[in-house]
Structures are given as C-alpha cells and as structure tokens.
Design a protein around this ligand. Structure first.
Ligand SMILES: *Cc1c(COP(=O)(O)O)cnc(C)c1O
Length: 486
C-alpha cells in the first residue's frame, strides 16, 4: 500500500513508513485515500479481540505478512484482561480503560505492536544489521518502549530520561528493565534537553562510517510513526462492539468519544476509525491548562506562543501537537502545499491560521474543551465519592470535559493511565495526606479505596536496578556510539 508525506508528494509503502518513521521532508506519513478501499467494519465487531485487531491492522497496514502472528506476539497474555481495553460503565457514561498493559500506560497499546512491525518489516525487506531505537522520555513512553522492544529480534533500544525529572516509580520501572538489547541512561538537564540531543544524535549517528559498516540504522519510537498510530484504531472498534453487546446501542447508532489529548495521536485514531466506517459521533478533544488545541478549534489559529504550564496531567503538557498535521492533510483533501505552509509558519512565527471553511469541516467531527487544575482535582474526588470509580489525572480532565459537552449519544471517555501511576496527585485529590515514599502512597491508596494496584508497579519494590549511567547532554551521541561499537 502506498503512503505519502503530509508535506510533499514523497511516497513509500507501509513497511517503509514504519521503518523510516518520518518523511525526509519533515512530514508525517499518511494514506491519502484512507477508507476508500472497502472494509467490513460490521464484520469485525463480533470478533474476538485479537481477531478484530488482526482485521483492522491487516487493513491499515496490508504490506505486512502474517499480521495474525504479529498481533498474537504483541498482545496475547501480555495485558491484564483478554479484552485488552475493557469498557467500564461509570454513571451514565463509559470509561474505556487503555492502561491494562504491561506498564500500566496507554502507550502500551501501540508500543506492544510497533516493535513487532519493525522487526517484521526488516525481515520482509531483508535488511542487514540492526535497527537502533533512540527515545527521549518524560516518563511513560520510555518504559512502554522498553517493554515493547526488549529482546525483539533485529532491534536495540536506548532510553534517555531527565535526571531527577521523572517520578520515583517511573525511574524504577525503567532502570529495572530486563532484556539483552536495552540501555537506560539519565541525562543531566530537563526533558527538552534530552529530546533536543536525541534529535541531534540521529543525524550524527547516521553519518558515522563505523556504525554504518556494522549495519546499524536508527529509528524512533515516538508517536509520529504510523506503526504507533494504527494499533490505536482498534480500541474504538472494541468500545463500540462492547456497547452493542451490552444492548446500549444498535449497530449504526452514533457514539461520542472524549479523548485526553497531548500529541493528537489518540484522537486521530478515532477519526481514522470513523473513516473506516465506524459510526463515531463527535470526537471531543480534552486539554488541561495547556489549552492550545481548545483555542485552535475555537478560533482557527494555532498559536504556541504562550505560557507553558506544568500540570498534574504531565502527558498532556504539550504546546505542539504533532499529529494534528495529519488531520490538516486529510481535511484539506491532501493539500500538501497548505500543510507545508502552516508548519513552516508554526516553526518560524510560532503560529498559523487555518482556513475558516476547513475549520468548519473539522468542527463537523471534532469538539474541544479544557479544564483547570482545580477542576481536575475536584473531578477525581467527586467521581470516586459519587460513582466509586477511581481515575487518574489525565482521565479526570477528559471526564470533566465530557460532562460539559455530553449530548444525546452515549459517551465513551478514554482513560489513559492507571491512578497508581500518579498516586500522590490522586491521594491529594481525595483530600488525604500524601506520604513521602511512592510505595507508601500506593499502599495508602489501595487501603483507602480497595482498588488493587497493578502487579507490575507493586512488584517494583526490591527489584534490582540494572542501569545507573548518568551523562551530560553533550555526551549523548558518544554514549550511543561507544555502546554500539563495544
Ligand atoms: C501520551 C498520553 C496522552 C496523550 O495522548 P496523545 O496521543 O499524545 O494525544 C494522554 N494521557 C497519557 C497518560 C499519556 O501517556
């Protein structure tokens, strides 16, 4: 299947897109005619979860052989439930729990699959050597990527996190990671320093003669890769299928989804599901105090020149939502000229204005809302007391916005993290004193609510730490080079 760049006519196939990550012109890979090939969306509703996943991924990434086997390797027995992403009724709404994977983060859904795709793509293209994944993380992505890539044939992974810049639990999750092809290293500096250095390292490493001779190629596990986006389409179908099973809707009825949004990948997958035929009503884009997307949907102006707030929902603290670029491409009917101009203005002037007629078209599928820190906290406490449902800070943002914008169709709120990943913020929201130690926080939350903490997080206590390296940002390229050539 052919995919192209959002910024030019550059084309490759689906395997190439997964292996390359980003187009050479800086654009993202998209299938222009997405949804124009026939897809039996009704037929995949009654299927078992893994079969449904195979059908959807087989459609979105048809170039990959043995998709059924890849799906089984990625998901079978690795999530807490066979459903993978259970749907839980909460009051009149439904919460779609995306955090039941091996690292208790929603990133697991995509990062369980991406390594299998990269490995299979390498085999099919008979690439020599190894693909080296470099990832900068502010916490969640690093662990989910490590868990996905560890011991996957033909791959190695390096994860860099800001020293002192991730939670104690997150750090332990990464530094205790088993696997013969993984490396974890702290970088003195903040997340932006990590990210900037990793981006720069790609160019230097690709030009390194010794590394090229040894057959190393480099790629990234971040959310612009089409192989990370496609697996996220699956759970929109499973939520819909579950609502029909429950008798809440009949096949064909619309369902609204509210999505706690950062890089716009999760919600874009919902729009892709709609394009494949699923009766998605409105997709509601929920933001925290960093409300750049709410403003964009309201005014048609995307403006990143604003204060950056560090909130209790850190995975949504983003001012440049990369995947929105794909949506601009689709809604403009593939106008690469327009997309390139907008992205250039964003880079050079910090803002762009999207044409009003196209904004109107976008608003037919999307609505947007945001909530403050105080409202997030209030929501966690209220949902627990009134409904007996314990949610994390990201989910609380979405829940709040869903309550405001709820209308006629059933509402599904996407839940992206376990409350036990943010036990301090959740305890505080419940009006409780917060113990210093992270494990004590988890234990207290568990005792208070009776909601069991995920096994993977509880068992971190006492696990041996494998990685203690710490480097300055300027040493990052040399660190990777020396490790690979050792
Ligand atoms: C990554 C993440 C998000 C944001 O998802 P996007 O696809 O980047 O919009 C929301 N919540 C949590 C917990 C996340 O890890």
């Amino acid at each position: 299947m052919l995919v192209q760049s959002t910024r030019s006519a550059y084309e490759t196939d689906d395997l190439g897109a997964v292996l390359e990550g980003l187009a050479p012109d800086g654009g993202l890979f998209v299938e222009k005619e997405l949804g124009s090939r026939p897809f039996d969306w009704k037929g995949c509703l009654p299927c078992a979860p893994l079969t449904r996943a195979e059908k959807i991924l087989g459609y979105l990434l048809p170039g990959f052989e043995n998709m059924g086997e890849l799906v089984r390797l990625a998901y079978a027995g690795r999530f807490e439930t066979d459903e993978l992403t259970p749907l839980v009724p909460v009051g009149q709404d439904y919460v779609l729990e995306l955090f039941r994977g091996p690292t208790s983060a929603f990133k697991d859904v995509a990062l369980s699959m991406l390594p299998r795709l990269i490995s299979a793509g390498r085999r099919q293209k008979a690439l020599p050597g190894e693909t080296v994944i470099l990832t900068a993380t502010s916490g969640d992505t690093g662990k989910a990527a490590l868990e996905g890539f560890h011991d996957v044939e033909g791959t190695r992974i390096f994860v860099f996190y800001p020293a002192g810049g991730v939670s104690e639990i997150q750090q332990l999750q990464m530094t205790t990671q088993p696997g013969s092809n993984v490396r974890v290293c702290a970088v003195r500096g903040n997340f932006d320093d990590c990210q900037t250095r990793v981006k720069r390292a790609f160019a230097a490493l690709r030009e390194n003669e010794a590394l090229r001779e040894r057959g190393f190629s480099f790629s990234s596990a971040n959310s612009i890769n089409i192989g990370r986006l496609a697996p996220q389409v699956i759970y929109y179908f499973s939520a819909y299928a579950r609502l029909t099973e429950l008798g809440r809707i009949r096949v064909g009825d619309p369902v609204d989804f509210t999505v706690p949004t950062g890089n716009f990948g999760d919600i874009l997958a919902g729009w892709m599901a709609k394009r494949l035929g699923l009766p998605v009503g409105r997709l509601i884009c929920a933001s925290n105090a960093n409300r750049v997307l709410t403003d964009f949907f309201e005014t048609g102006v995307y403006d990143k020149r604003r204060d950056f707030y560090k909130t209790a929902s850190p995975s949504m603290d983003i001012l440049v939502s990369s995947n929105l670029e794909r949506m601009l491409f689709y809604v403009s009917g593939g106008d690469t000229e327009l997309v390139r101009r907008c992205m250039k203005e964003l880079e050079e002037q910090g803002r762009y204005r999207f044409p009003e007629d196209l904004m109107e078209k976008l608003r037919q599928s999307f609505a947007a809302g945001c909530c403050t820190e105080a409202e997030t906290k209030e929501t966690i406490g209220r949902i627990w007391r009134a409904r007996g449902y314990l949610c994390d800070t990201h989910t609380a943002v979405a829940f709040r916005v869903a309550e405001e914008l709820r209308w006629e169709a059933p509402m599904v709120v996407l839940s992206t993290a376990s409350p036990y990943k943010f036990p301090a913020a959740v305890l505080d929201a419940l009006g409780e004193a917060v113990p210093e130690d992270a494990f004590r926080q988890m234990e207290k939350l568990e005792a208070l609510t009776g909601v069991p903490a995920p096994k993977g997080l509880r068992e971190l206590k006492g696990k041996p730490v494998r990685f203690r390296d710490e480097i300055g940002p300027e040493e990052l390229t040399a660190y990777v080079t020396e490790t690979l050539l050792a």
